[in-house]
Design a protein around this ligand. Structure first.
Ligand code: AMP
Length: 123
């Protein structure tokens, strides 16, 4: 199965994105459907489908995504107010693009828990 997703096309500049940061290992760009006043995605240039596919060999790379998130938080001025940096996994996690990405959401207080459960049941 190909590991290529729409994010590979963004990395390769085959489709446009509002790119905020790039280095040899990672790319950050604005989410096309923002869920907060600031919503960016931080992705590794190496495609890893889901959190379940992360192995010890990816540890430095995945850690680097958080280093980039912290840089963006300082650069865009929301480090002190706070923000959310979250990765969804598979269907129940709400994952729709199977190339891991850190959602970086800021600019308003975030609710917790992050789901709406009318029955307020955990199981
Ligand atoms: P997830 O549901 O956690 O897999 O997140 C995928 C995210 O990718 C969603 O927030 C989408 O809005 C975002 N997205 C999908 N296509 C694009 C695109 N072409 N450019 C920027 N963000 C995108």
């Amino acid at each position: 199965m190909s590991s290529e997703t729409i994010f590979t096309k963004i990395i390769n500049r085959e489709i446009p994105a509002e790119i905020l940061y790039e280095d040899e290992k990672a790319l950050a760009f604005k989410d096309i459907n923002p869920q907060a006043p600031f919503h960016a995605l931080v992705i590794p240039k190496t495609a890893i489908a889901t959190i379940n596919d992360i192995t010890e060999t990816h540890a430095e790379l995945v850690g680097h995504l958080y280093v980039v998130a912290a840089k963006l938080a300082k650069q865009f001025g929301f480090a002190e107010d706070g923000y959310r940096a979250v990765m969804n996994c598979n269907e129940n996690g709400g994952q729709t693009v199977y190339h891991i990405h850190l959602h970086l959401l800021a600019g308003k207080p975030m609710g917790w828990p992050p789901y709406q459960d009318k029955k307020k049941e955990l199981i």
